[in-house]
Design a protein around this ligand. Structure first.
Ligand code: HBI
Length: 361
């Protein structure tokens, strides 16, 4: 049953600018954008996505925009200036938005970049900004704060711990996350392997999970976009005997087939992970999550019930938790995902946010 709402909204969803949707370069925010697009359409809203050319997202209509991709922000120093390449896809996306905005009720920005925030007062339509990471540079924080002050209620984030990294934490609306649970199949009888899932990059600290695999001798299956090849080679060089396997970047359908067979997901974020969509993907398959007590995962995992929270950066802590996995009831993990992270629950939270911004909340 599609819940009736006052009126159907015309939503223009604006992609991250670092890579085409479907490439995995945009990490967790790609999944969030896809889930919101799918769920808002199911609720009878009109959806249009604006994204770099070659983006694909099922049967959701995408306006592909050419231009040079934006540099990844997460490795910038906190005093880094704003950089834009020539013929920037980010600028071209917002030029397109300027020309079509009158056809929409609300623009929803998913890019973690300065330009969309700076342009907000220049547009004739309201912009909802979904921020997908914790604070990275002061310049970006300042521009985000200007929008948060001038347009109250228009800043959305995943979690409270992510909001706490910003000076305007109290002006952030925590929306959590969610996934299409029908895509994930419960598995009660896993194999021996552990899983690690995410962009292969230093902020994700894959080396800690590899060290735990090396120490326990338990195989580790690694899934995700090979973002930093040099970093990966360094890990392989440091742990030549670790029983690890790089499986690659898989579609959700293929990923969950392998993930559900694992005895646990190991999450080792070195940075404040804004949410950790991979954690709820694992829970949806009945896979317990062992995570550092840091950022979003610390708000997701119920310690001792749906996984274990470990002293941040403690490899010994990971090893200890791995030994306790038989204490976890895998079906409780699936139930946790169903009660907290369904697409329907996520859709309610985003729809309420949109209606509050448009004043008919
Ligand atoms: N960097 N400049 C920039 N812009 C983004 O939108 C962006 C990014 N780095 C990572 C990223 N988005 C996503 O992987 C995370 O938001 C999940």
């Amino acid at each position: 049953m599609i819940p009736a709402i006052a009126k159907s909204l015309r939503l223009l969803l604006v992609s991250t600018s670092v890579g085409p949707l479907g490439s995995g370069i945009g990490g967790g925010v790609e999944l969030t954008l896809q889930n919101i697009a799918q769920e808002m359409r199911r609720r009878g809203h009109t959806i249009q996505v604006v994204a770099p050319t070659e983006s694909v997202m099922g049967d959701i209509p995408i306006q592909g925009i050419p231009g040079n991709l934006q540099m990844m922000a997460q490795n910038l120093e906190s005093d880094a200036p704003i950089c834009m390449p020539g013929d920037a896809v980010l600028a071209n996306m917002w030029e397109y938005i300027r020309t079509v905005q009158a056809d929409y009720d609300l623009i929803v920005n998913f890019a973690f970049d300065w330009l969309p925030f700076y342009l907000t007062p220049f547009l004739t339509r309201p912009v909802a900004h979904f921020i997908s990471m914790g604070s990275i540079t002061q310049t970006l924080d300042q521009m985000m704060e200007q929008v948060a002050v001038r347009f109250p209620g228009t800043i959305g984030v995943y979690t409270a711990s992510q909001a706490a990294t910003f000076p305007f934490a109290e002006r952030c609306r925590c929306l959590g996350s969610g996934i299409d649970l029908s895509l994930y199949e419960f598995c009660g009888e896993p194999g021996e392997a552990l899983a690690w899932l995410g962009r292969i990059a230093p902020e994700k600290a894959l080396e800690d999970a590899v060290a735990a695999s090396h120490l326990t001798g338990i195989p580790l299956k690694i899934f995700g976009k090979m973002q930093d090849k040099g970093y990966w080679q360094q890990i392989c060089w440091e742990y030549p005997q670790a029983p690890i396997e790089y499986v690659g970047f898989l579609s959700t359908k293929e990923l969950q087939k392998e993930l559900r067979q694992c005895q646990a997901l190991v999450m080792t974020p070195r940075w404040v992970e804004a949410f950790g969509n991979v954690a709820i993907e694992a829970l949806a398959c009945g896979v317990p999550v062992i995570a550092y007590r840091r950022g979003g995962p610390a708000e997701i995992v119920r310690d001792g019930e749906t996984g274990f929270l470990v002293e941040p950066d403690s490899i010994a802590g990971l090893v200890e938790a791995i030994k306790r996995l038989d204490e976890i009831d895998r079906y409780k993990c699936r139930q946790h995902a169903e009660t907290e992270y369904s697409l329907d629950a996520l859709g309610d939270r985003f729809e309420d946010w949109f209606k509050d911004i448009l004043g008919n909340g």
